[in-house]
Design a protein around this ligand. Sequence first.
Ligand SMILES: [Zn+2]
Length: 81
Amino acid sequence: MTNYCGAGMKITYICDICGRPQETVELEDVEIEKLGINTLTHIEKEDIIKYNDEQGLLLYSLCPACFEENYLKEQQGPELQ
Ligand SMILES: [Zn+2]
């Protein structure tokens, strides 16, 4: 595997529930600022952002499947176990 060594930073979105990488994007520094990461407090950053040499910046968020699943579970109650 070849590591990306360009000017931008690689960002990988990872699902907070299933842990699967969703997508990897490469952003310039300016674009990273647009994400609002720089405006997070230090504690918030540590909670949702990790850094990994292979995957770059890791951003934790729910993938559409897990979001939908949890959203539906809330709608339908706990009977789906
Ligand atoms: Zn997921």
